[in-house]
Design a protein around this ligand. Structure first.
Ligand code: PMV
Length: 320
């Protein structure tokens, strides 16, 4: 009987950027994220004679399919199961053409569908460990709301929930400045960043930022959380620049200035940006309309807008 899973993407407010062990995907520093309601991956998994990967209705071969099946092969070994052929049918409800990454939701959904299909009855901690082996950020998508992933440990590294039903009315507005694959993958970017003379400082700053973000979440202090997130995103991009590369474009920086100008006008709005040029603006739910208007006034058709709020953790079930 096929199994089905839905996992949402997440935006890191404190970024995972650097691995201690690449094969095991052990992070050099802690990270913290908010799971998003608007963007997710649906994955259906069924036993088959041969491996096949169908993404958004189209059969996929090449590196993308290889990554999926080498990950599944790893899961068979991890859970000491005999290898079997699998049909993986995924649909990404993530605006990929707009340059948004889907590896967190994709690998979290895949891990959950696999666990369901093979009746593994995993705890969420075990599921987070399994998801992490596909993509580090996927470890956090197991949970809804705010989740954290601590550094260190061995193969047991996992994320845990901080607040799955945030009372903080937070909106995340994504600004897409057009598609185009990024030139430097996050794996490669993390590899290069470890050579930065600032890497030890980055690790310290992430530890500090996670502590501050945890307190802000507990206190329901949106402004503090936003400040921590913006500073951490700036530091991640400064780290990349210190190694001679950057994901940022002029428009990414214009979005940063826009957030800072909105704050001058007393609208608490904060910037973040992942391993790509597209930016995210964090604001309180009640301010989302004003922030969207400010983006349209400043950037017009140059930025496509997508809105999300805190989302649910991964769900999986067996089809009957
Ligand atoms: O999980 P990966 O390998 O796709 O890396 C994610 C990297 C960032 O999105 C930039 C940061 C993060 O913590 O999600």
């Amino acid at each position: 009987m096929p199994s089905f899973a839905r996992a949402h993407t997440n935006l890191a407010l404190v970024k995972y950027w650097g691995k201690e062990d690449e094969a095991l995907r052990l992070p050099s520093a802690p990270s913290l994220s908010v799971t998003l309601d608007a963007f997710y991956t649906d994955t259906r998994l069924s036993k088959a004679d041969t491996n096949e990967f169908v993404l958004d209705g189209k059969k996929v071969a090449g590196p993308e399919a290889d990554r999926v099946f080498s990950y599944l092969s790893r899961l068979f070994s991890l859970f000491s199961l005999p290898k079997e052929g699998l049909l993986v049918e995924s649909r990404n409800f993530v605006p990929k053409s707009a340059g948004f990454a889907s590896s967190a939701s994709a690998f979290c959904a895949l891990a959950a569908a696999f666990a369901e299909e093979f009746g593994l009855d995993l705890t969420r901690k075990e599921l987070s460990i399994a998801a992490r082996l596909g993509s580090g950020s996927a470890s956090r998508s197991v949970y809804g709301g705010f989740a954290e992933w601590k550094e260190g440990g061995t193969g047991e590294s996992f994320a845990f929930p901080l607040d799955e039903n945030p009372s903080m009315g937070i909106s995340v507005l994504f600004l897409s400045f057009g598609g185009g694959e990024k030139e430097i993958s996050s794996t490669e970017g993390m590899r290069r960043s470890k050579f930065s003379p600032f890497f030890p400082v980055w690790r310290q700053e992430c530890r500090k930022a996670c502590g501050e973000a945890e307190s802000a979440i507990k206190a329901g202090d949106f402004e503090k959380l936003g400040e921590v997130a913006e500073k951490n995103a700036c530091q991640m991009h400064a780290l990349a620049l210190s190694c001679g590369f950057s994901y940022l474009s002029g428009l990414s920086l214009e979005a940063l200035r826009l957030a800072q100008n909105l704050r001058k006008g007393s609208v608490p709005c904060y910037w973040s940006c992942d391993a790509g040029k597209n930016a995210a603006l964090l604001c309180q739910k009640g301010d989302a309309g004003r922030v969207k208007q400010a983006v349209r006034e400043a950037m017009g058709a140059g930025a496509r807008l997508f809105e999300a709020g805190p989302g649910k953790g991964v769900e999986a079930w067996r089809e009957v």
